[in-house]
Design a protein around this ligand. Sequence first.
Ligand code: BG6
Length: 487
Amino acid sequence: LPVDPFDLVIFGGTGDLALRKLLPGLLRRYADGQIPDDSRIIGVARDKQSDADYRAKVGDALSRACASDEVAKAKLPAFLEKLGYHALDATKDEGWEEFASELKAHGEDRIRVFYLSTSPSLFVNLCDRLRAHGLNRGQSRVVIEKPIGHDLASAAVINDAVGSAFAESQIFRIDHYLGKETVQNLLALRFANILFEPLWNANHIDHVQITVAETVGLEKRATYYDTSGALRDMVQNHLLQLLCMVAMEPPAALQADAVRDEKLKVLRSLRPIEAEEIGQLTVRGQYRAGAVNGAAVPGYLDELGREDSRTETFVALKAEVDNWRWAGVPFYLRTGKRLPERVSEIVISFRQIPHSIFENSAGPVMGNKLVLRLQPDEGVKLWMMIKDPGPGGLRLQQVPLDMSFAEAFGVHQPEAYERLLMDVVRGNPTLFMRRDEVEAAWKWIDPILAAWESKRESPKAYTAGSWGPSAAVALVERDGRTWHEDT
Ligand code: BG6
């Protein structure tokens, strides 16, 4: 369905995120007919350049990003027509008046989206100026990206700054994991089927695993990444959001605040990890040189160009949600760079059957598993026990009921950013984080960071292309469990 016409301003319009994700996403939505022709997209950055220069630069990036998408390529010239450029400095007055009047020329009812794809250090200035020029009124919305702070206190500073110019209902905090197809499908799976919900609790679920594995390393983001590390970069936001979607109670309705209220309750129920348990419940790793997908890659320190860094590129941890539904059910989370494959999945491991009627010769009866794969090959697999086909007596075998979305529907799934950008234009914040969620997540993360800091331990080394330090395997094996392997 087409959205209403809008003006979208991308601060940081020449940056990596804009060129690699936001603009390609917008082009695909345009090519799909979702963006009306009288919409405008305005790139803003400090450098002076003409609209034509900007269009040429974006045109180049988009031809590469959408090389295999014929429909998008055909629509590229018309899309570029919608693009404009403004040189503005968040810290100087110059040019803002003109910029504001150009936007206001479309009237107060026009949907305006301000995407702050800049360093968070500019958020305060940007929001102040948007407010000073009356651009925070009417149908204005602001989108912010992580990192929303590096701890609870700094997150509050950012939230205060944005909140002083925009009402909470106008603020869209993106966590692009929430825009992934399978994550939303979790809502459908859990709340549109009678099958799972009765089993979705500590009586029937043994444990949950959430893995977000990447093959990439630093990707030219050394400065940011080295001050962040995997816990802040991935766990505080993406992995905890996934955990919330798995663990939350049924919301009263599929409405933004109803869903976010339930997620918040989960975050508040996370059992704090105490300093003395840090070695038992968390593992930090940093990759050394190795090979990923057959290609040799340097170690983290080499990529960074430094002799020393205690930043973790891998983290595994055991979390618990202290409430009636989940008491005693561990949630094992792990994420890392330079792992053997790019895979994100949630594994719900059900308990063993209470009693087996089968002979030992039938083989072990394994617990059912529901595997939700976010990427690549989005889909859902339900691992079940069946009789091994054939005449050789009753032997058991574990096989997946397999639903690959691409095979089942044969359509290209919109990328997370495409969907989320359209949600911002529609003014639907269901898949965005509310301030209290972000802060509750930091409240749980901060003591882990503090405990690590006080131990001053270096992260454990792991070879690039392996599944992280062996301590991560030990973390689950200590509990008599193993990380899921899709074999
Ligand atoms: C970002 C992190 O939020 O997510 C990156 O900052 C990470 O470090 C990326 O690579 C992963 O996103 P995706 O969609 O490729 O899994």
